[in-house]
Design a protein around this ligand. Structure first.
Ligand code: GDP
Ligand code: MG
Length: 170
């Protein structure tokens, strides 16, 4: 079993931290340059029978000040197109807040038919885990996510569970 997993999210939510943890020493290849016009391969993870190819999607990194322009043309955008040919999307957000940029990423995912897993990162910041419940409730209204998983990329909490959720959908 093998397939493409796209990791998307606004800057600073913890994508690099999560990838480092996921791919860690298991990186087979990494390449800074795009392999195709559609995806940048960040790494390949092989676990038993499952091979997952982790990709970054060009155009998901929106510079400040270009947002409105980006909104207007998002439907034609390569990013939205590229996301159509991945097998699973992991949408990473920061538990402390949902921002306008998160809305923009969500909009990009509107036409994505493959499973979309929402990963709520940085839960190690929480003193009281119960305070996460209203946040989960709020974000679960945003889209019918296939799964919502609170994680800590930094400490590794639930990262294994997230990978399993993604890989079982390949
Ligand atoms: P990216 O821009 O999405 O790639 O985000 P980074 O991986 O660069 O992380 C942005 C900042 O958030 C860095 O200072 C990370 O150390 C921090 N960070 C990432 N994941 C976690 C986490 O699970 N918990 C905490 N407390 N900080 C995190
Ligand atoms: Mg990064």
């Amino acid at each position: 079993k093998s397939g493409y997993i796209a990791l998307v999210g606004r800057p600073n939510v913890g994508k690099s931290t999560l990838l480092n943890r996921i791919l860690g020493q298991k990186i087979s290849i990494t390449c800074k340059k795009p392999q195709t016009t559609r995806h940048q391969i960040l790494g390949i993870r092989t676990e038993g029978e499952v091979q997952s190819i982790w990709v970054d999607t060009p155009g998901m990194h929106l510079a400040q000040g270009t947002r409105d322009k980006a909104i207007n043309r998002y439907m034609n955008d390569a990013a939205s197109q590229a996301l159509r040919d991945v097998d699973v999307v992991i949408f990473l957000i920061d538990r402390t807040k949902w921002t306008e940029e998160d809305d923009l990423v969500l909009k990009r995912l509107e036409f994505v038919k493959c499973p979309v897993i929402l990963a709520i990162n940085k839960v190690d910041w929480l003193e009281d885990k119960k305070s996460l419940l209203p946040f989960i409730e709020a974000v679960s209204q945003k889209r019918n996510f296939d799964q919502i998983i609170p994680i800590s990329a930094k400490q590794g909490d639930q990262v294994e569970a997230l990978m399993q959720e993604a890989e079982q959908r390949l």
